[in-house]
Structure formats: structure tokens, C-alpha cells
Design a protein around this ligand. Structure first.
Ligand SMILES: Cc1cc2nc3c(=O)[nH]c(=O)nc-3n(C[C@H](O)[C@H](O)[C@H](O)COP(=O)(O)OP(=O)(O)OC[C@H]3O[C@@H](n4cnc5c(N)ncnc54)[C@H](O)[C@@H]3O)c2cc1C
Length: 195
């Protein structure tokens, strides 16, 4: 059986409780770190008014994606426009703004909707959004991921970056190699012509 990853998040709205206080801090375990689990953690981190310790227990290597948003296939789209996929109902444009900021970097553009509000985004990009919002909510907190055996903020950021870099390399490496090989062939031909 796959080992579950336990991500520990700590929410301390005022000042860090001392060690005695820490033992009284309510502990919340979220079983399943897919979409609903991570959305819950984001809401708890953003709106909680008292210290909390949150553990997310998730067997997948990446939290925040679940089954639906783990696909890397860019043709697998979400089933509605971006304005319906914001994590914040009071800010329906939020996901569209995320797309406008980052989609270009991933070579994804919606041909029909330049402002992204009505774009049907790839499911993997929605997963990136959920994960980046968790990273944002965690970063806003000082005491992040310090639990024993849990991820640190650095680990979380590295994990997110690793996935982004892998996607970028998957898309660009063949082209880069092709360009280098072409250049090398041109160099050899030029050298041969000079002989
Ligand atoms: C192929 C597909 C496409 C979809 N497309 C859309 C879409 O476009 N729009 C839409 O609104 N909805 C879509 N859905 C539905 C989507 O899954 C839900 O909207 C949402 O992601 C469900 O969130 P969830 O947290 O309940 O489940 P998930 O996001 O799947 O998260 C459940 C998590 O629990 C973990 N888990 C399972 N068993 C255990 C265990 N024993 N212990 C600990 N963790 C465990 C899993 O690894 C997983 O990460 C789609 C679903 C699928 C399958």
C-alpha cells in the first residue's frame, strides 16, 4: 500500500502559542488532500480566528489535485468557464486572473476568450491554481509546515516548482534539442565547406 503523505500546516493568527499552549491548540485532520481537502485547508488558513494545527493526509505525491486534476493532458478541460471555478465565490474573476498571469508561460491560451473569464482551462492548470492558492495561504502564515515529518514551506514550494518545471521541460525540451542538433549540423557543414 502506498504511504500517505502527511502535510502539517499551522495557523497562528496572533502570536505563536508557547509549548504548553500548543498542546491545547485544536488539531484538525483532513483525510484526502484532493480538491475538497485542500480547499478546506485554504479556507481554514484564510479565515480561522484562532490557532489551529491542520494535518492533510493524502496518498498521492501531489496534494490539491485528486483524481480530476492530476491529468497532465492539456486537452482534458474542466467542464465550465473560469468564472465558475474561482476558489472565492465573492471574487469570480480570481481563477481567470490566475490564468492571465501564468497560462502564457505554460504555452496555453484560450483562443476564444482572451480575458480568460469564459475560458475552459485544462484540468491540470486548475490543479496548479488550487496548489498555488494553498502555497499562498501557507506563505501568509508564519508558522508553516513545521510539524514533525510534515512538509516545510520550502518543500511545498519545491514540489510545486518541480511540477511546473517538468511541464515546461516536457513541452520545450524536444524543441530545444532539435535546435541544438540543427545548430551543430550547420557548424559541421560550415567547417566541411571551408576544408
Ligand atoms: C476524470 C474526472 C474529471 C472531472 N472533471 C471535473 C470538472 O471539470 N469540473 C468539476 O467541477 N468536477 C470535475 N470532476 C469531479 C471532481 O472530482 C470534483 O469536483 C472534486 O475534485 C472532488 O473533490 P474531492 O476532494 O471530493 O475528491 P478528489 O479531488 O478526488 O480528492 C480525494 C482525495 O482523497 C484521496 N484518498 C482516497 N482514499 C484515501 C484514503 N483512504 N486516505 C487518504 N486519502 C485518500 C485521493 O488520493 C484524493 O486525492 C471530475 C472528476 C473526474 C474523475
Amino acid at each position: 500500500m502506498q504511504k500517505a503523505l502527511v502535510t502539517e500546516l499551522r495557523h497562528e493568527p496572533k502570536r505563536a502559542p508557547d509549548s504548553e499552549g500548543l498542546s491545547r491548540v485544536p488539531r484538525i485532520a483532513i483525510i484526502g488532500g484532493g480538491f475538497a481537502g485542500v480547499a478546506t485547508a485554504i479556507k481554514l488558513l484564510d479565515t480561522g480566528t484562532r490557532p489551529l494545527r491542520i494535518s492533510i493526509i493524502e496518498p498521492r505525491s501531489e496534494i490539491g489535485r485528486g483524481i480530476a486534476y492530476s491529468t497532465r493532458e492539456s486537452a482534458h478541460l474542466v467542464n465550465g468557464p473560469a468564472k465558475l471555478f474561482s476558489l472565492y465565490p465573492e471574487r469570480p474573476e480570481h481563477f481567470a486572473q490566475f490564468l492571465a498571469r501564468f497560462a502564457g508561460e505554460w504555452n496555453w491560451r484560450d483562443p476564444l476568450s482572451p480575458d480568460f473569464v469564459n475560458a475552459f482551462a485544462p484540468r491540470s492548470v486548475f490543479g496548479d491554481y488550487v496548489r498555488s492558492e494553498l502555497a499562498r495561504a501557507v506563505a501568509r502564515e508564519r508558522g508553516v509546515g513545521l510539524g514533525r515529518g510534515g512538509l516545510t514551506l520550502e518543500d511545498l514550494t519545491r514540489e510545486i516548482l518541480k511540477a511546473l518545471i517538468k511541464d515546461w521541460l516536457d513541452q520545450n525540451l524536444p524543441y530545444m534539442i532539435e535546435r541544438l542538433v540543427k545548430k551543430e549540423i550547420e557548424r559541421m557543414v560550415n567547417r566541411a565547406e571551408k576544408l
